[in-house]
Design a binder for this molecule. Structure first.
Ligand SMILES: C[S@@+](CC[C@H](N)C(=O)[O-])C[C@H]1O[C@@H](n2cnc3c(N)ncnc32)[C@H](O)[C@@H]1O
Length: 205
């Protein structure tokens, strides 16, 4: 087992205890809308299958410029970074909560992938503003109501082969994004993957 697999095994194992960490955040949602800080101790990660699929997408398409919204503790970032290590690319990822970003940094370093990742601390709508590089692959996995504004903000940096992978499309919060993208099928071609949990979008030819 290589260094990356060892770190991912440990993180996926630890993430199985998320249900205990999520509980208090969910209780708060009875009184007010939930906020990212309610889940400051929870991974809320993609599955191993999703991670492997993301990695293959990047490698097969030879994607180099990868942008991730929602680092958490770095599980998905490690899959993305392991892929761009093979394509000669880089991952820009962004996380709102500083304690999560710090642990993610440590986890990525433990996996030996730090040279392939830039972590930007803060609100993605600020940290990804004014991006000048084109984006080959956009992975949306942060707060769900920001999927659409972020997509619109980053759209000028897409090119004809850009792919956008949006996680948690089975959650109510992503409906606005889904409706917008699926309602513009002259611009975007989308398919649901991982049993409807995620949506992969390409720019229609
Ligand atoms: C579902 S988790 C990400 C899980 C991660 N992609 C993985 O698979 O390991 C969502 C993360 O997005 C972060 N987040 C929420 N709103 C954000 C914002 N406006 N800007 C940046 N990060 C944000 C949360 O703090 C949380 O850690």
């Amino acid at each position: 087992m290589n260094q990356v697999e060892q770190v991912l095994n440990h993180l996926h194992e630890d993430a199985k205890k998320d249900y205990m960490r999520i509980g208090t955040g969910v209780v708060k949602s009875i009184f007010r809308p939930i906020q990212p800080k309610d889940f400051a101790n929870a991974y809320l990660p993609i599955s191993r299958q999703q991670g492997e699929a993301l990695k293959q997408l990047i490698i097969q398409n030879n994607f180099k410029n990868v942008v991730e919204f929602g680092t958490s503790f770095g599980i998905s970032t490690i899959y993305l970074a392991d892929a761009v290590k093979q394509t000669g690319g880089k991952v820009i990822t962004t996380e709102l909560i500083d304690t999560k970003a710090k642990v993610a940094e440590q986890n990525i370093a433990k996996a030996g992938l730090e040279e392939y990742v830039e972590i930007r601390l803060g609100d993605a709508m600020d940290t990804l503003k004014g991006e000048t590089q084109t984006i080959d692959f956009l992975f949306l996995d942060g707060w769900k109501d920001l999927y659409l504004p972020l997509f619109k903000m980053l759209e000028p940096y897409f090119h004809k082969n850009t792919l956008i992978y949006a996680d948690n499309m089975d959650m109510a919060g992503t409906k606005i994004y889904g409706d917008y993208i699926l309602g513009k099928d002259e611009l975007y071609a989308s398919e649901f993957v991982h049993g409807g949990k995620a949506m992969l979008t390409a720019l229609a030819a």
